[in-house]
Design a protein around this ligand. Structure first.
Ligand SMILES: [Zn+2]
Length: 462
């Protein structure tokens, strides 16, 4: 297995669909709520595809899409055009999907991800564009003459959908996991989607191929394999990862046997834990794209872009970096805290509370300590205010972590080792006491109670 991996490497690109959480649909005013709703209650001639019904664009959705593009470092188009993507399927009442092809809203971004050995790699984002969701098909069995039937729920038809397409830059599963996680965080930080993969708010498709690793004399390796396997209609992130892993193995094995791989679409069979062929593509499907005649091209004013830039929140990776810089947290602490904005806010609020308390207390309540307790202690943050949380840590502090003998011993040796600070303190330099306190704290591995240290120090210095 190890040698195989050295000869071949996977080349993977991802397409991610994200459903926006706007109030209304992309091209009509119906509600976007479809999860757990009575079927077909949020519909109208536009999203049912009646002839002659005219679509009108959802401004909020366009703004959300631009924000996603900005977060990924994309260039925002000055003018964007919707096009019709023509294909026939029962979840598509118009016979085409309004999407974007030649003139997407955003182009050319990037995302930094960690690979399986913890190195950072850049994934290029090709484009971020706007489109509409299809209706939802519900397969039921035993409805008429126990033959079963497929029902169509149009509540989802026309819900705003953003598609984010990467270049085939992924080389391992860790990168895919990290990318999906960061993308999900971005959506939540921006407040544009719940990005819940279980509910289908965020769906992944992957194209996977494998190529021979070229010898090291070739510095750049950009030749792509002649085929690619598209993994589609896999509605769980876990299954998608399993399918990608299976494909990598299968393709390497096939290439080693000298078999030729062809372009095809595959699905995931969870029962047998393997992928299976859904469709073999002779050539690329022709969707006969053409500009949507009912929606005029949309100009994106520079002022609009500037305003949306101004509204951008601190992004997850920016927050992680700032927490490290500002509070000397470890990168893993900072990453955990910035998993959600709410968690990071809670931490910073707690630090503020500590800073407003006296200096001697803050010694044992360093930001690193607060972060540690926050991460390791399980409690409902909605029920406990940050001020109360800090109080809880202080109450625990009151129980001495070291014996009084050990504390006394530490105080004696600190006084003996720091004659200058002791002399300074006796001359009236208050800051020296603080220094000595820190030394005792370090000697007792941060386990002792600062109030008790202070008492012991004062007693011995007298
Ligand atoms: Zn509608």
């Amino acid at each position: 297995m190890k040698t195989r991996q050295r000869q071949h490497e996977p080349v993977i690109g991802l397409e991610v669909h994200v459903e926006l959480n706007t109030e209304s649909k992309m091209f009509c005013s119906n509600s976007t709520q479809y999860f757990g709703q009575t079927p077909n209650i949020h519909t109208c001639p536009v999203c049912l595809g009646f002839p002659g019904a005219l679509p009108y664009t959802n401004k909020k959705a366009i703004e959300y899409c631009i924000k996603i593009g900005l977060a990924l470092g994309c260039e925002i188009a000055e003018e964007t055009v919707f096009e019709r993507k023509n294909y026939f399927y029962s979840d598509l009442p118009k016979g085409y999907q309004i999407s974007q092809y030649r003139w997407p809203l955003c182009r050319g971004g990037r995302m930094v991800v960690k690979n399986k050995v913890g190195e950072e790699r850049e994934i290029r984002v090709n484009r971020v564009h706007m489109e509409e969701d299809t209706a939802k098909l519900v397969h039921q069995f035993g409805i008429s003459n126990s033959k079963g039937a497929t029902l169509i729920d149009f509540n989802r038809s026309g819900v705003p959908l953003v598609e984010i397409v990467t270049e085939p830059d992924f080389r391992d599963l860790a990168e895919i996991r990290d990318y999906a996680k960061k993308l999900q965080q971005v959506m939540r930080y921006l407040g544009v989607s719940n990005a819940d993969m279980e509910k289908g708010d965020m769906r992944l498709e992957a194209n996977v191929s494998v190529r021979q690793v070229q010898s090291s004399k070739f510095k750049v390796q950009n030749e792509l394999p002649k085929y690619r396997i598209e993994l589609k209609n896999i509605n769980s992130f876990r299954f998608m990862v399993a399918a990608v892993q299976y494909e990598i193995e299968r393709q390497i094995e096939a290439l080693e046997k000298g078999e030729k791989l062809v372009q095809e679409t595959r699905g995931w069979d969870e029962n047998n834990r393997r992928t299976y062929v859904q469709r073999v593509k002779e050539e690329a499907t022709d969707y006969r794209y053409f500009p949507e005649p009912d929606i005029p091209p949309i100009e994106i004013d520079k002022d609009i872009e500037t305003e949306l830039r101004r509204q951008m929140p601190e992004l997850p990776w920016e927050k992680t970096e700032r927490l490290i810089q500002e509070y000397s947290l470890s990168s893993s602490q900072a990453r955990v805290l910035s998993e959600t904005q709410e968690f990071a806010d809670y931490f910073e609020e707690a630090v503020k509370v500590v800073n407003s308390l006296s200096l001697s207390l803050s010694l044992s309540l360093s930001p690193v300590r607060i972060a540690n307790v926050l991460i390791n202690k399980k409690f409902d943050r909605e029920q406990v205010l940050p001020a109360r949380f800090v109080e809880m840590i202080r109450e625990e502090e009151d129980r001495p972590g070291v014996s009084s003998e050990e504390l006394e011993g530490a105080v004696h040796s600190v006084i003996a080792e720091n004659t200058k600070a002791v002399a300074d303190y006796r001359k009236g330099k208050e800051a020296s006491l603080q220094f000595l306190l820190g030394q005792v704290m370090a000697k007792t591995r941060g386990q002792s109670n600062p109030v008790a240290i202070r008492e012991a120090l004062l007693r011995n210095l007298r």
